[in-house]
Design a protein around this ligand. Structure first.
Ligand code: ZN
Length: 178
């Protein structure tokens, strides 16, 4: 299947039995959880998925997701591009219990009798691949570095320094002594 839309209701075990490969391009706007973490819904995700049974008879979905999306800079809150290129190896299991028996290299995809929305599988992988926080390079940022209102670490450090050097604190300490 070349560049077909990503199926939203499908029996993934059947895809494994048939040894299907899917190549798809999905707009970011079609991946609800992922898009909710972005600055806007611009971008298309290149997706390739392989369904097969491996030598140890695990039902596998190996995949790759590639895209460039816009996230919000945590300093100035303006959009900035971030590239994601991530590979994953999933094993389809029936239950939490079964997932505990998987080798460490495989992540479980717990699927009961219900059909699977491959868009949500891909969406979750993309969410895990996003950097936790993103900042523009100093020169590109709308907010001058070091004077940020959202850079709470720097702010707390400044407060801590200030307290150390405040002579009033020293006086209070002296007062407490008997
Ligand atoms: Zn910025």
């Amino acid at each position: 299947m070349k560049d077909a839309p990503l199926p939203s209701q499908i029996d993934v075990r059947k895809l494994v039995v048939k040894g299907i490969e899917i190549d798809a391009k999905t707009p970011v706007s079609d991946l609800p959880h992922f898009v909710s973490l972005l600055a806007n819904d611009e971008g298309v995700v290149d997706i390739s998925l392989q369904f097969y049974k491996d030598e140890e008879r695990f039902k596998r979905i190996d995949g790759q997701v590639k895209t460039t999306v816009n996230v919000s800079c945590q300093r100035c809150l303006e959009p900035m591009p971030v590239s994601v290129d991530s590979q994953f190896e999933l094993a389809i299991v029936w239950s939490e219990e079964e997932s505990e028996r998987l080798p460490k290299a495989l992540d479980p995809l717990i699927v009961g009798e219900e059909l699977t929305d491959l868009r949500s599988v891909v969406s979750e992988e993309l969410v895990l691949s996003l950097p936790f926080v993103s900042y523009h390079e100093a020169g590109d940022c709308q907010q001058a570095v070091g004077y940020s209102s959202v850079d709470t670490d720097a702010f707390e450090e400044a407060v801590a320094d200030n307290e150390k050097e405040n002579p009033f604190n020293v006086l209070q300490q002296l007062k407490k002594e008997p």
